[in-house]
Design a protein around this ligand. Structure first.
Ligand code: SF4
Length: 417
């Protein structure tokens, strides 16, 4: 069992344990909002549902507070000043204070509507400090005659609740522009589920083009692997900055059991082929647009060794792993499956940082991007005792190293041209 002093001294351990055990919230949602915090939203990203907080060392997080398993959590969270005049919250573990955190600020535009009368939060919401948008119709694994949704996913449950069913390009751009002006976002993440006719990239491409053209913000997308891989060259040429493929589980038996739609329609190998292909697009232009390929997995639904093997597979190919922690969301097929423990997951996240840092993958470089729904590789550095790797990571982020990277990049371009 973790001790209070371990949690006080290690914000990554705290972030991870809060994902695994959740917390009892000593406030109702109104108090959180009166103190400037964000409402607990059921977003369509499929994994999030909790309280958005900023932990010490600027680790943004989303703490489960509504699921059954949180009832017996050793953590409780409450406002430091119950009158709501401050955004500070106290996190206690077995009644011992382990951190003072802050509520993630609720943007003013959360109360606004688009020109067509839609509430802006039904178009997109901040997840940490970036804007997340799910522009299309619901993932069609949920609407097949025999449902084949991933067992942990809540996307099909949330429709018509906090998220709009149809979003026009104009609505989307209006929310992006507003979030850029008022929340100073630097990155927009577009998300799409399965479409029987493979139209997800047709739907996302014009949105990418318009956001790039009109705002110049960093833009990424997460969608199933398209059968025509040249589509990713086209997106890269448009200025897309990130592509993410959620294969979730590296263990094939677990993948087939947990994600029947993905297994029957695409198969794990199609995800892996797309990642391998996209990871090589970095040296193609436009040179001014950074490029990263992510492989996304969910930890806690396969043996930790399998997730570690998946991390190694990705890192060897130059892709950056994104690891979510399984959360048994209310109403999902897995709502009664116990969440993983920090003891199981800490070695996975420690490995995540060390593998990325050894390979010098571009982690922690995007400006002002804090992510609440996953622990990023660079945040997991607090779990590593390897001082030389931590020092190398810190150096890699300095302006001198940035100049060296730019030089290497230019050389690589010259060679590949
Ligand atoms: S592919 Fe799976 S995880 Fe993604 S939206 Fe569909 S059911 Fe959810």
């Amino acid at each position: 069992m973790l001790t209070a002093s371990q949690l006080i001294n290690n914000p990554a351990l705290l972030k991870l344990d809060l994902y695994c055990r959740g917390a009892r919230l000593n406030e109702d949602s109104t108090n959180v909002e009166s103190a400037g915090g964000r409402k607990v939203l059921r977003t369509r990203a499929g994994l999030g549902s909790g309280l958005e907080l900023i932990l010490p060392k600027e680790l943004w997080t989303n703490v489960p507070v509504v699921e059954e398993f949180t009832v017996n959590s050793p953590y409780d969270i409450g406002l430091v000043d119950p009158s709501g005049s401050s955004d500070a919250v106290r996190i206690r573990y077995h009644d011992v204070e382990v951190a003072i955190a802050r509520l993630s600020p609720r943007p003013g535009w959360y109360g606004k509507k688009t020109s067509t009368g839609r509430s802006m939060t039904s178009i997109g919401t901040l997840q940490g400090t970036y804007l997340g948008i799910y522009p299309g119709t619901v993932c069609q694994f949920w609407t097949r005659a025999k449902k084949e949704n991933c067992k942990f996913c809540s996307v099909g449950l949330n429709l018509g609740m906090d998220d709009a069913n149809e979003k026009t390009l104009d609505d989307i751009l209006e929310v992006v522009q507003t979030a850029r002006a008022e929340s100073k976002i630097t990155y927009v993440d577009l998300n799409a589920g399965h479409a029987e006719d493979e139209s997800y990239l047709d739907m996302l491409e014009p949105i990418v083009a318009r956001i790039k053209r009109e705002t110049g913000l960093l833009v990424g997308l997460q969608a199933p692997p398209h059968s025509d891989l040249s589509r990713y060259d086209r997106l890269r040429a448009l200025g897309l900055n990130r592509v993410s493929f959620c294969f979730e589980l590296f263990d094939r038996e677990c993948f087939e059991r947990v994600c029947p739609g993905k297994a029957n329609t695409y198969g794990l190998d199609r995800y892996l082929r797309a990642i391998e292909y996209c990871a090589k697009l970095g040296s193609k232009g436009p040179i001014s647009e950074p490029w990263v390929t992510n492989g996304e997995m969910i930890a806690g639904l396969e043996p930790p060794d399998a997730t570690i093997a998946g991390i190694d597979w990705l890192v060897e190919r130059g892709a950056v792993p994104t690891i979510c922690v399984f959360r048994p969301l209310r109403g999902t097929d897995y709502e009664n499956v116990p969440p993983p423990t920090v003891e199981e997951l800490a070695p996975v996240f420690k490995h995540l940082f060390e593998a990325c840092a050894r390979k010098r993958l571009p982690i922690g470089l995007a400006p002002n991007v804090h992510v609440s729904l996953v622990m990023l590789p660079e945040e997991a550095r607090f779990l590593s005792e390897d001082k030389s790797l931590r020092r190398a990571y810190a150096f890699w982020r300095t302006p001198r190293a940035a100049a060296a990277r730019a030089l290497l990049w230019a050389k690589a371009r010259a060679v590949s041209a």
